[in-house]
Ligand binder design. Structure first.
Ligand code: NAG
Ligand code: NAG
Ligand code: NAG
Ligand code: NAG
Length: 967
């Protein structure tokens, strides 16, 4: 007992202490973003470190973007910390502080601080693998750099002030970094006076795989680099500073680097061209330089804007000696000069490589020499010619179909120069002379190339034939010897191409519109030749236009097509032989019209982007969802920014598998589209429309959504806060889980002030309740009155309604032919009679069949057993030319007869354009005033016979009746 007591007493004592420390923890964290594993204190204006030592489970702490001036002490941090981010502070000292006790720390980021020397290695734990000191002001390694860093794998020192000389890089600085794999010491040497690569220093970096280093005019990679067997990737930064920057890469520059597989000598990103001319650009790469890199797989020479295609040619000639797979030569021309031409000789050597990716973006390229693409290797998978000046027709005629390996074609942004990036529209690169020089060099060089190539078994005489100019007067003719072989070998498909059919329109296709792509005669024209294995084509922002005419793609291999940002004004279509396309982007075209059959070929489309067009009006016309009729696989559809004011009810009837629907940035004011069948729909984006509130119908429609996880986004609509919108706002609140971000939803009151819905809802409810009561009363009254009127109408027209219902049923479910199509009736007359008068029918009227050859429909004989009576009647009357009513007192009493009479009347009025189809036989001498008005009406206008008159003159009676039927 006492033990129990003391235990509980102890517990009582312990409890508050526990909760107190918990409390402290939440306090320190209140400012930051804390969870079990990560604490994020970025951008909190901190100038001292909170104590996080109790957050034992936390592995990552982010202190970046604060005002901290020293590194923290280990005791303030959880023991098991793995990642510590101190970037973007003002840290420059560590005198009294040390992280060395954080035995688990693996990553330390001190970039963008104020260090002048490398952090004292003794203050770092041994465990650190990844150490970032980039973007400081470090100009010396200090006294004990990296003494504890045997495990360090990644060291980033770029953008500091380390000079490349032996005073700064003392012999032993990297002694301990035997496990270092990645070293970045680029962008450091701006103030170096006599740069050298301190070979002895690199000797220790046995594991180094990736090196980023500054390149200088005078430095060379010494013998020690050939001993770094693991080195694979080398990036050389050209600092472009006068006296230091590299202008030429000499033939022997890479002599000691034959082990590397990846070389990057690009300028990092684009730089604004400095018109003062003090910057030093790489201008040439001597022939033979790249050939030394026999293991090279990836080469990037981009943004060296003075290298030009002359530099490229020196490189491509060397590449057959390497193992090249990826070549990037983007923007090796200054972007704003006159157009350039790619000669066959510039790329011809690539044929002897296994290149898989070639990038020649932003080179002012306007033409390629005829058949130039045929010299690209078969292994090529990706070809990127973005940001040039190619036109579709030119590109097509140049043997592009021979690129049998091509998987992706990037052709976007043609003709977009002089746009962004340059502030002055007048700025043009001053490289006219260079370009001309390079042009003529390459032109004459052709000969020597040919000479080299053709050396085997041909006389020099043959080889030195003079050039023949072609139509441009500029480009020499292609190889006369090889050409014949080429023509055989290339064998372009015998089809037309876009260029020759630009005048064609939809009207030229028969039948038009084609019902499906099977009708499409792909032998005649419109065939769009693409290389045989192309999966992805990007032709964005290139002023293409102005119609997408009907096309038959030469190969059904495409999976992703993007024509975003062009000027197509009409999507006529259809585009056929595109059954594999999963993603289609036609957005931002300002397109005005789209035809219903445009997408019929895209039967496996999953993502469709047509936002940023003007298709709102066109979409109104697709009342049965014709536009997406074949898109059963569609998952994501973006039709935002299309000036859509309303969509037809069944617009999405066919896209059964849709998941995301983006209709934002349109002009919708309400929602009347059925989406309840879209059971996979996750996102319906209606934001940025013109919805002030949804109608009850709309809310009901949205309530019917079957998809469980749907999120409906209606933010940024001009919601109204008024009694009109109250039920909508309440509905919104009720559905806030679906709608998301309810607390941020605003509405405008009568004074057009923006208020939060949550704040205004209660008062609005109160204000409107009196009105609502009144309205409910009035509404009820109205409802009752309307109900009564409706009831009366229904009663009055019950027969016609029933008839219409049956006709409807027959038309849509019974498989009957449409009403007006019936010309030949199955029967000449439908006989309507009371059961009591059956004998008269069997004995007398039957003579019409026997003697006059008329076919009669007699219900006890001709009705189809099992069918509903009413249906039999309607069918009978409908399939009979006339209806004969045998009027007796029994007839007048019989409900069925009355029904038949009324149906016959309705049939005459509704289906036969007010024809007379009723023949009345008055059997008994019933005074007219005893006959109901509707029968009197018929007697008044239509044929009637009084049987009493012909009681004994059967033949006349039959004659009269037969003629009545015939008329
Ligand atoms: C919690 O805060 C109180 C007062 O603020 C302090 O006395 C106590 O030492 C703190 N406890 C811990 C575990 O930091
Ligand atoms: C260096 O790396 C190797 C292999 O990854 C490893 O076995 C060795 O323990 C590492 N050396 C140190 C000091 O961590
Ligand atoms: C190395 O560079 C530093 C800093 O620029 C300079 O102070 C030092 O004199 C240089 N040493 C040599 C040997 O050039
Ligand atoms: C191409 O190589 C030749 C021979 O090494 C050299 O003279 C020329 O400057 C190089 N041209 C370019 C643009 O790199």
């Amino acid at each position: 007992m006492s033990v129990l007591l003391s235990v509980s007493f102890l517990g009582l004592l312990l409890l508050p202490v526990n909760s107190l420390s918990d409390d402290n923890m939440t306090k320190t964290c209140a400012k930051c973003d804390c969870n079990q594993i990560v604490i994020n204190c970025a951008n909190h204006g901190l100038n001292r470190y909170p104590n996080f030592s109790l957050y034992e489970t936390v592995r990552t702490i982010n202190f970046s973007h604060n005002n901290l001036e020293y590194i923290p002490d280990a005791y303030l941090l959880p023991d098991q910390l793995l990642i510590l981010d101190l970037a973007f502070n003002k840290i420059n000292r560590s005198e009294n502080h040390s992280l060395s006790e954080l035995k688990s720390l693996q990553q330390l980021n001190l970039s963008n601080n104020n260090f002048h020397t490398v952090l004292d290695g003794r203050k770092l734990p041994e465990s650190v693998i990844h150490f970032d000191l980039s973007w400081n002001k470090i100009n010396s390694f200090g006294r004990y750099p990296f003494v504890n860093s045997r495990r360090l794998q990644v060291l980033d020192l770029h953008q500091n002030l380390l000079s490349y000389n032996k005073t700064v890089f003392q012999q032993n600085v990297f002694n301990n970094l035997q496990n270092l794999t990645d070293l970045n010491i680029g962008q450091n040497g701006y103030h170096t006076t006599e740069p050298v690569y301190p070979d002895e220093v690199f000797k220790h970096l046995k594991s180094l795989r990736t090196l980023v280093i500054d390149g200088f005019l005078t430095t060379t990679f010494g013998k020690v680099f050939s001993e770094m067997k693991n080195l694979q990737a080398l990036s050389i930064n050209n600092l472009m500073v006068g006296n230091l920057g590299i202008e030429t890469i000499t033939e022997n520059y890479f002599e000691n680097l034959s082990q590397i597989t990846s070389l990057d000598i690009s300028l990092t990103g684009y730089r604004q061209i400095n018109t003062s001319g003090s910057e030093v650009y790489l201008k040439s790469i001597e022939s033979g330089a790249i050939a030394k890199l026999t293991k090279l797989r990836s080469l990037d020479i981009s943004f060296n804007s003075l290298l030009g295609f002359c530099g490229l040619r020196n490189i491509t000639q060397d590449l057959p000696n390497t193992d090249i797979k990826v070549l990037k030569a983007n923007q090796i021309h200054c972007p704003y000069g006159f157009s350039t031409i790619l000669f066959v000789d510039d790329i011809k050597p690539l044929k002897d490589t296994n290149l898989t990716e070639l990038y020649l973006d932003g080179n002012r390229l306007e033409m390629t020499e005829d058949l130039a693409p045929t010299y690209l290797p078969k292994t090529l998978r990706i070809l990127s010619l973005m940001g040039n000046r190619l036109r579709l027709d030119k590109y097509k005629t140049d043997g592009i179909w021979t690129l049998t390996g091509i998987n992706s074609l990037y052709l976007s942004s043609q003709d977009q120069t002089q746009s962004h990036r340059v502030h002055s529209g007048w700025f043009v690169c001053n490289d006219f002379t260079d370009t001309i020089q390079c042009l003529s060099d390459r032109k004459s060089n052709k000969h020597s190339c040919k000479f080299q190539k053709g050396n085997v078994g041909r006389s020099a005489q043959e080889l030195q034939e003079p050039y023949q100019s072609d139509e441009f007067g500029l480009i020499a003719d292609t190889y006369p010897f090889d050409y014949v072989n080429f023509v055989d070998y290339v064998k372009p498909p015998r089809t037309g191409d876009i260029q020759s059919h630009s005048h064609l329109t939809a009207v030229d296709i028969h039948p038009y519109p084609p019902l499906n792509c099977a009708y499409f005669d792909h032998l005649i024209s419109f065939v769009n030749t693409i290389p045989p294995n192309t999966k992805r084509i990007f032709y964005e922002s290139s002023n293409l236009g102005d119609q997408i005419i009907p096309y038959w793609m030469s190969n059904d291999t495409l999976e992703y097509i993007s024509l975003r940002g062009n000027n197509f004004q009409y999507f006529l279509g259809p585009v056929c032989n595109v059954t594999k396309v999963k993603r289609l982007d036609l957005s931002e075209n300002m397109c005005l019209n789209i035809y219903a059959h445009f997408f019929i070929g895209f039967i496996n489309l999953e993502d469709l982007f047509i936002q940023g067009n003007l298709l709102g009006d066109a979409m109104k016309t697709f009342e049965n969802g014709e536009l997406f009729e074949k898109q059963l696989q569609l998952k994501n559809l973006n039709i935002s920014s299309n000036r859509i004011t309303t969509l037809p009810n069944n617009f999405f009837a066919h896209v059964l598998n849709i998941k995301t629907l983006d209709i934002s940035h349109n002009l919708l004011t309400d929602w009347n589209v059925t989406i309840s069948h879209l059971w996979q729909l996750n996102v319906l984006d209606l934001s940025y429309n013109q919805i002030t509130f949804l109608s009850d119908k709309a809310m009901k429609k949205l309530d019917k959504i079957t998809s469980q996880n749907i999120k409906i986004n209606m933010m940024h609509n001009p919601f109204e806060c008024s009694c009109d919108s109250l039920s909508f706002l309440l509905w919104y609140k009720k559905n806030r889980k679906r709608m998301g971000s309810y607390s941020n939803v605003t509405c405008k009151n009568s004074k057009r002030e923006l208020i939060y819905v949550n704040d205004v809802l209660l008062s609005l409810q109160k204000k409107c309740s009196s009105k609502v009561g009144l309205m409910i009363g009035a509404g009820l009254f109205l409802f009752v009155v309307l109900g009564m009127i409706f009831g009366a109408i229904v009663y009055r027209y019950r027969i016609r309604l029933k008839y219409s219902f049956h006709m409807f049923k027959r038309q849509y479910f019974g498989g009957y032919e449409p009403l007006h199509a019936i010309q030949n009736y199955e029967f000449d007359a439908f006989i309507s009679y009371a059961d009591q008068d059956r004998q008269f029918v069997i004995n007398r009227l039957i003579e019409l069949e026997n003697k006059k050859g008329k076919r009669l429909c007699i219900h006890h004989r001709d009705f189809i057993p099992g069918n509903e009576i009413a249906e039999n009647i309607i069918n009978g009357i409908h399939h009979s030319r006339m209806t004969i009513c045998v009027i007796t007192r029994e007839f007048l009493k019989s409900t069925r007869c009355n029904y038949e009479f009324n149906i016959a009347r309705t049939e005459g009025i509704c289906s036969r354009e007010r024809e007379n189809i009723i023949i009345v036989i008055l059997m008994e001498d019933i005074p007219f005033k005893e006959l109901p008005i509707r029968i009197m009406e018929v007697i008044g206008q239509e044929t009637y016979l009084s049987f009493a008159e012909y009681l004994n003159d059967d033949d006349t009676f039959l004659d009269l009746l037969a003629t009545a039927i015939e008329n």
